[in-house]
Design a protein around this ligand. Sequence first.
Ligand code: SF4
Length: 229
Amino acid sequence: PTLPELDAELTGCRACPRLVAWREEVAATKRAAFAGETYWGRPVPGFGPPDAALAVVGLAPAAHGANRTGRMFTGDRSGDVLYQAMYEVGLASQPHATHTGDGLTLYGTRITSPVHCAPPANKPTTAERDNCRPWLARELELLRPTLRAVMVLGGFGWQALLPVLADAGWRIPRPRPRFGHGAHVRLDGPVQLNLFGCYHVSQQNTFTGRLTPEMLREVLGSAKEAAGL
Ligand code: SF4
């Protein structure tokens, strides 16, 4: 399939009973501030062009963010931080992401995640991560002709991504490269792939100053450069 076809197929996935129940329960009960909205309540596909040179890999949709709006990192504080930084380094057309019709365009960058449904407490189980792995694998396979760099937000995404990259033909060094903020690994394979680690843009990290806007911009800028963007 093409990437849009894969995205369409993904939105019908019901492979994880706990996540199907949660995403639908959140969509039915809603947060008071969004009571008048119709929640997406389904798997959230990757966002960005099908010929992206850079992939940004997060964790999973947020219950009242992407699970509400149907687009990655759209409509929550994590997304505010991420898109602001992407705009500042020239990877996004605007600094805000509020809903799918807001006009946001990403330049050469695709945002995705190893788990495509909102998990309770933002914590997918390893079984759920493994269930969702083929979706990420198929997405990266379709991006492979143009993909030159990946920026991973947080250790969960890092752990989930390495086996997928190995399956797609990239050689993962032994011992496995460890996640850290600012980690940078070059992987040989179909083409050389530059892998970058960055703390996740969750409020837990941004409110405490563990991840500052400058730190985020710095890694994004390096990833952008390595991707040739
Ligand atoms: Fe399907 Fe992934 Fe959602 Fe599980 S998390 S139901 S595998 S899309």
